[in-house]
Design a protein around this ligand. Structure first.
Ligand code: FES
Ligand SMILES: [Fe+2]
Length: 444
């Protein structure tokens, strides 16, 4: 097999092309795990999921099982969910509340700070010399949060979460910080497994409104969305730092019919208090925000409803890779805590009907993602020599679109969402990380 020619890949990415063999190549996948997922901030939970001391959730950072738990002081700790004795998975529940974690294998017990506090038959079998403080749970090296969103990073030397999010914080403030009391997760995150590659699912949300009118044709036929082929193009595609991006989708008139995404008027003064002029301008006009935080966190803030009236909701998703051709999809439904219960319930129903595991729009996308990996695993598509011109096309807007200098938000904003600017920026950041050799750490 030919060795990887990174220079050639770089040239292709610069020119809006992505070699198809990179999609599901097993060697590339191993590098992605080490050099991309091992270094970037991974979303773990929203703080509303951990209400009381002792509240915990279990999550995955690709292959690393993680426990997140609130201690008695209200601080949130994150540990590898693996017992320090023989490595068994310590906590097998998805969520709950505990005073301590007890291992199912030999019964070692850890407190909410991860300290080993109980050893069965303790000193009798281990003698006096074993120092329990050496055998606590192993913490995730970095845990930081922004607007209630808790992230972890396996790289102790990573830049701070706030630096990593960069310009995205401004848009997070609109979606997550507009209401007093912030957002809350309703129910537990839905999750299911799909045949797909994580790069393709991430791109679909962060960078691809172009698919909407074809893939989601059924929504047009049901008269849920208009038939205008440019429907999802109106607005701006905004390229942000570090491979992040957001599409601010409005309408042909430049504003949505639903002011502030259809939120009740009683909420508006609160938005006007919590957001600045530019943020309010965008929020008052937007129909849908859809975007992503590199590598594999996506979000969609939209209006949906099954019975005429539209209700806003915000969903976050993690595309957890299970291999080069499989993802575990995690979807958190979030809603403003300050909204009346009746609105929340109707909005939740709208979400389940469209983007829940069996939602109409969800099924349209899943089918395409499966077909991408199926068609990318044969000899032609996987050929590293590119003998079959096995290249994917990211040419949209490459040299025929200038940024709109009058867009009020940060980032580089292009005056249509039907462009591949975010996708190309994701590919560039992907390449930057995957080609960066790990540092050899000395043990001095
Ligand atoms: S593996 Fe946990 S107590 Fe032995
Ligand atoms: Fe879609």
């Amino acid at each position: 097999m030919r060795t990887i020619d990174w220079k050639e890949i770089e040239k292709n990415i610069e020119n809006g092309r992505f070699p198809q063999w990179l999609v599901t190549d097993p060697e590339i996948y191993e590098l992605e795990k080490e050099r991309i997922f091992g270094r970037t901030w991974q979303f773990l939970a929203h703080e509303s999921e951990l209400k009381e001391p002792g509240s915990f959730v279990t999550r995955m950072m690709v292959d690393d099982p993680i426990i997140l738990v609130k201690n008695k002081n209200g601080e949130i700790n994150a540990f590898l969910n693996s017992c320090s004795h023989r490595g068994v998975r310590l906590c097998t529940e998805d969520y709950g509340n505990k005073k301590a974690f007890s291992c199912p294998y030999h019964g070692w017990t850890y407190n909410l700070n991860g300290e080993l506090i109980g050893v069965v038959a303790g000193n009798k079998v281990f003698g006096e010399s074993m120092d329990k403080s050496e055998w606590g749970l192993r913490p995730v090296p970095r845990v930081e949060s922004y607007q209630g969103m808790i992230f972890g990073n396996l790289d102790p030397d990573a830049m701070s979460l706030e630096d990593y999010l960069g310009e995205m914080k401004w848009y997070f403030d609109i979606m997550l910080g507009r209401s007093d009391g912030g957002m809350e997760v309703r129910g537990v995150p839905q999750r299911w497994v799909a045949k797909a590659n994580w790069k393709m699912t991430s791109e679909n949300f962060a960078a691809d409104p172009y698919h909407v009118q074809t893939t989601h044709r059924s929504a047009v036929e049901l008269k849920l969305t208009p038939s205008d082929p440019l429907y999802a193009s109106y607005g701006h595609q905004v390229v942000l730092s570090n491979g992040h991006g957001i599409n601010v989708i409005t309408s042909a008139t430049g504003r949505s019919n639903n002011i502030y995404q259809g939120m009740p008027e009683s909420m508006w003064p609160m938005f006007e208090k919590n957001l600045n002029k530019e943020q309010l301008d965008i929020f008052s006009r937007v129909q849908n925000f859809v975007g992503g935080v590199f590598p594999n966190l996506s979000f969609l803030s939209s209006c949906s409803g099954t019975e005429g009236t539209k209700y806003n909701h915000l969903q976050f998703r993690v595309w957890r890779p299970l291999g080069p051709d499989q993802v575990e999809i995690w979807v958190w439904y979030m809603i403003d805590k300050a909204l009346p219960e009746d609105y929340k319930e109707k909005s939740y129903k709208g979400f389940i009907a469209t983007f829940g595991a069996a939602g109409t729009l969800e099924q349209d996308d899943t089918e395409n993602w499966a077909r991408i990996v199926e068609a990318s695993q044969g000899l032609m598509a996987r050929d590293r020599n590119l003998s079959y011109n096995n290249m994917l096309n990211y040419l949209m807007g490459l040299d025929n679109l200038d940024p709109d200098e009058n867009f009020p938000g940060p980032g580089k904003a292009y005056p249509t969402c039907y462009t591949d600017h975010i996708a190309r920026s994701m590919h560039k950041y992907w390449l930057e990380l995957i080609t960066k050799e790990p540092e050899v750490k000395s043990h001095e």
